[in-house]
Design a protein around this ligand. Sequence first.
Ligand code: PRP
Length: 204
Amino acid sequence: MLRIALAKGRLESESISYLEKCGYTFPEKSDRKLLIRDSENNIELLSVKPLDVPIYVYSGIADIGICGTDSIVESGLSLIQPMKLPFGICSMVVASFPDFKFNGRRTKIATKFPISTKKYLSSKSIDADIIKLNGSVELAPVVGLADAIVDIVQTGRTLKEHGLTIIDEVYKISAMVCVNNVSYRTKRMDLQFFFDKLWKLLDS
Ligand code: PRP
């Protein structure tokens, strides 16, 4: 049996429909069910918060995880990432008002992604204060809580609606498949079978 931790939210329906296109079926699928099975193919899906996917995989509770690159970077965990999926494409960016510049004065950056932000700032040798928020990050510069934000941009609509613009790209994001280190060695046949189906769809 293979257990897959799947990121809830924006990637969820695309991840499930990708697996369905690969031939898996989830008859118990519903908005509220957090654990669904494809008994015929011995697959179990756990529906978890995106940032929790790497934790389930790293701990070995799940053999496989499907989440955005951002969740993997933010976990700080080292996971095998054998496959990028063709959806969930977006970017982690620094955004602010068009005249924003990192300058001498200590900048305040609001974000849901403190690890990604810290890595970006240290790669640019920028000293700034990080304010960790849990959502609605675009509001922070508008009301004066922060000078800039580090956040995900997909369509760019949320930035635009708040008069913000992209200052720099931190990294590109897509849906990613990650695998537990032990499962990678002990469940080779099952994983091979699973990845063959995914590769086949990717190549078609
Ligand atoms: C994400 C992200 C941005 C928005 C970007 O937030 O943090 O706020 O989507 O999407 P766009 O470029 O298509 O406008 P999410 O919807 O997950 O909500 P949250 O702010 O409450 O975390």
